[in-house]
Design a protein around this ligand. Structure first.
Ligand SMILES: [Zn+2]
Length: 237
């Protein structure tokens, strides 16, 4: 089976944009992962149920979207508890944590460990948060869709984002879904955090899209990982 494509949506759930993303995913028979914010869940817990009922995965982003590097350990601990509490009311015990701004601080990993969370990073930034349309993207996002991996998108407009709405997220998502379909790449929700599947779990600082070199590097990484897997299965491990 080709390496799966994992579409991930941060910053929601949003009453205007999340249902549209859900419609799009349903039309393509695809599953995704939503890294939600506690303050938004508090306002619209029904949207979390809608996401779950459609077969997607709901995981943790934060409560107030704190910058971990700029927060004290206490602020971070409180924020995380608030978000976990809100998710708990919806019956969600998250296993994955997409840290806001993809920037972990000193307190992030101990906190993740305390709550049994595994850090979820991404392979490609769609740059939807910046307002980039599909037409502005280089071809490597489509190429990444064919290769599989974790792609970061946003189903809400977070404060400070240089875009007025999330229309481009729908556009980029549709292109990714169509590219995945053309290449026979399965589009899946994240597996359980205990999985051995080689999805990325270390914070990545550098945006991936727009760099052919990065795509080449990634292809090499995938080839190396597959070779290592073959070697270990040859040894009967
Ligand atoms: Zn975010």
């Amino acid at each position: 089976m080709p390496r799966p494509l994992y579409l991930t949506f941060d910053d929601g759930p949003d009453p205007k944009w999340t249902p549209r993303v859900l419609d799009l995913l349903a039309r393509h028979d695809a599953a995704a992962t939503f890294f939600v914010l506690g303050w938004r869940v508090r306002e619209r817990p029904d949207l979390v149920r809608e996401i779950l009922d459609a077969g997607h995965r709901v995981e943790l982003h934060g409560d107030a979207h704190l910058d971990h590097e700029a927060s004290t350990p206490q602020q971070l601990a409180d924020d995380t508890l608030r978000a976990l509490d809100e998710l708990g009311k919806c019956g969600v015990v998250p296993q994955w944590w997409r840290v806001p701004f993809s920037r972990a601080g000193r307190a992030t990993l101990p906190l993740a460990e305390r709550h049994g969370l595994r850090i979820a990073s991404w392979d490609a930034d769609s740059f939807d948060w910046r307002g980039d349309s599909w037409a502005d993207q280089s071809t490597d996002v489509a190429e990444l869709a064919a290769l599989g991996g974790v792609i970061q998108l946003h189903d809400a407009v977070q404060l400070g984002m240089p875009r007025g709405d999330a229309r481009n997220t729908l556009e980029i998502t549709e292109e990714l879904l169509e590219a995945a379909h053309r290449h026979g790449t399965p589009v899946l929700a994240f597996p359980p955090a205990s999985t051995d599947e080689p999805i990325r779990d270390t914070p990545r600082q550098t945006p991936f899209a727009r760099s052919q070199k990065s795509v080449r590097q990634w292809k090499q990484e995938i080839a190396a990982a597959e070779a290592a897997r073959r070697r270990s299965s040859d040894r009967g491990l």
